[in-house]
Write a protein that binds this ligand. Structure first.
Ligand code: SIN
Ligand code: FE2
Length: 218
């Protein structure tokens, strides 16, 4: 009985905001209230634009499978990294950004101090156990004024938050189902990555982690 009361009290708390750097925040559990609308919308996106493992300009096949929704989508091949209005696999426009996803991203950005976030691109990354994302900067967007909003679903991951140089020390941040990370402003070009995903099965999402990264790209 006492335990149940505790659980209810916890659910009633507003989402916790952790500040990791001047303009970098994790909003714990921020996406949870949206999931009932978001998960079916995501299933439709992935049905129309299947996840696939793309090749980097250096010729490596990424361990993460990806797709996009929104008017622009991030892609990579031997020719380079870029945003494109068309899915190269189908030559069709990417599926539209679901309204609930836009609203979630705007509210998360606002909660981290970034007003008027208007994303035109959502990269969907799928990690299976062992998949990882090496340290990189998000630099393919037209300008860096807008923040990056990154939603984690499914298995927990360790996110590496580095500095302005690749060699800077990095903070390891656990990201759980429903957490939203927002970074921008003076932190916009920080190096970041994701350590290899640990084996596991998430009760809602199964044996995977899905990351949704929303940006103002064009
Ligand atoms: C990315 O930087 O594109 C992905 C970050 C993440 O999966 O949390
Ligand atoms: Fe990134």
């Amino acid at each position: 009985m006492t335990l149940n009361l505790f659980a209810e009290a916890e659910l009633a708390q507003p989402p916790r905001r952790e500040q990791l750097a001047t303009q970098t925040f994790v909003l714990r559990g921020f996406a949870l209230p949206w999931l009932q609308a978001l998960l079916p919308a995501l299933r439709q996106v992935v049905a129309a634009a299947p996840l696939r493992r793309m090749v980097t300009p250096g010729g490596f096949t990424m361990s993460v499978a990806l797709t996009n929704c929104g008017s622009l989508g991030w892609t990579t091949d031997r020719q380079g990294y870029r945003y494109s209005p068309l899915n190269p696999a189908t030559a069709q426009p990417w599926p539209a950004l679901p309204d609930c996803l836009r609203e979630l991203a705007q509210q998360a950005a606002a909660a981290a101090g970034f007003a008027d976030f208007n994303p035109d691109a959502c990269l969907i990354n799928r990690y299976v156990p062992g998949a990882r994302m090496s340290l990189h900067q998000d630099k393919n967007e037209r300008d860096y004024a807008a923040p990056i909003v990154s939603i984690s679903l499914g298995l927990p991951a360790l996110f590496q938050l580095g500095g302005a140089q690749r060699s800077d020390p990095s903070l390891k941040v656990p990201l759980l189902h429903g957490d939203v990370m927002v970074w921008g402003g003076v932190d916009r070009l920080r190096f970041h990555g994701v350590l290899p995903l640990k084996e596991g099965v998430h009760e809602v999402m199964g044996a995977q982690r899905i990351n949704l990264t929303l940006r103002q790209a064009g």
